[in-house]
Design a protein around this ligand. Structure first.
Ligand SMILES: [Zn+2]
Length: 336
């Protein structure tokens, strides 16, 4: 089957005509297959949703139990047939529950990666290479300048700063799904055993991650008792980046503003946000991971979506791999 007969972009998202389903649709549809729980990929209001157990749980936590008319759990690695099209989910290494979706019919296999990264993450299953004819890759950091450093080194910079400024609170901005838990798990991996304080917006998801067996160590709500401002001196507080611009952040003693994001590689972005200690921690692939993964899949054709499509398309062409931008709309990078 010609690949674009099997999957092609529409205004609602990536559509499979023979299977009559969408992948990560941005508008309500009858049948949606969802790669992971970030808000731009997983939306409420579909009649039928198929996703991993964890992604279904995360959607339930974020949108309420009635987020879809009906749900179907996808078991990783297990193929199912939808209207004659074979579909299977495979780990993407992006956040807990994240999956690539392989779609196969008439001897053609397309893998839609969703968001992915290759490096080890203590909070989710590692990316698995799925050989395919067409690989649909994200390109959030699709420029050669984006090479993410080792995450252990970034966490060490944070802990050095905590040790050096015992009178100051360290506020770490991290998105509520995935990044926050990964930052906390990495801090634990580095040997920090003290209580880490979390913003209320992270509580439910942190509780869920722990229930899935991910060790986040002692956590407590970052609420300040009146007149006890100094209780946070020398402590680490994790909250959503949006909370850092408001009054909430100013209650802490002489806070060091940190932000855990792949974008912290761009000095100007850190400056604009008033970030004193930028931590380059990304849940997306860097340039080397993107190009390595394209090679690993053995795909003869690559479709590039949400991000810097042009550079990656050009790289594919120079590597004798057919490539095109997909121009899907409605995806922002919540996770970064
Ligand atoms: Zn994502």
């Amino acid at each position: 089957m010609k690949p674009d007969k099997l999957l092609h972009p529409t205004d609602k998202g990536l559509y499979c005509p023979p299977g009559d389903f969408f992948i990560d649709p941005v508008k309500p549809v009858d049948r949606a297959l969802i790669t992971h729980g970030h808000a731009d990929h997983a939306r409420a209001g579909h009649a039928h949703v198929m996703a991993t157990r964890e992604t279904l749980d995360i959607m339930g936590i974020r949108y309420g139990e009635n987020f879809a008319g009906a749900t179907q759990e996808a078991t990783l690695g297990k193929a199912v047939t939808i209207n004659g099209v074979t579909v299977s989910f495979h780990p993407a290494g992006h956040v807990l529950g994240s999956a690539q979706i392989a779609v196969e019919a008439g001897g053609t296999r397309i893998v839609a990666s969703g968001d992915y990264k290759r490096r080890a993450d203590p909070t989710c299953a590692g990316f698995e290479v799925v050989p395919c004819d067409v690989f649909i890759t994200e390109a959030t950091f699709g420029l050669p300048v984006f090479i993410h450093p080792d995450d252990g080194g970034e966490i060490a910079r944070l802990l050095d700063s905590v040790a050096r400024f015992p009178e100051r609170a360290h506020l770490v901005g991290a998105y509520a799904l995935g990044k926050a838990q990964r930052v906390i798990a990495l801090i634990r991996k580095a040997g920090y055993a003290e209580t880490i304080f979390i913003h209320g917006a992270m509580e439910k998801l942190c509780t869920y991650y722990r229930r899935q067996g991910i060790d986040l160590g002692p956590l407590a709500p970052a609420t300040i008792d009146k007149g006890a401002r100094d209780q946070f001196a020398g402590k680490i507080i994790v909250g959503p980046p949006s909370a850092f611009a408001d009054k909430w952040a100013r209650r802490f003693p002489d806070p060091v503003a940190c932000f855990a994001s792949g974008w912290m590689r761009v000095r100007q972005r850190a400056k604009q946000r008033g970030v004193e200690l930028p931590l380059i921690l990304s849940d997306h692939s860097d340039w080397d991971e993107l190009t390595q993964t394209i090679r690993d899949t053995g795909a003869s054709e690559v479709w590039v979506t949400h991000g810097r499509e042009e550079a990656l398309v050009r790289w594919c062409e120079l590597s004798q791999i057919r490539a095109k931008p997909l121009n899907l709309v409605g995806y922002e990078d919540e996770a970064e």
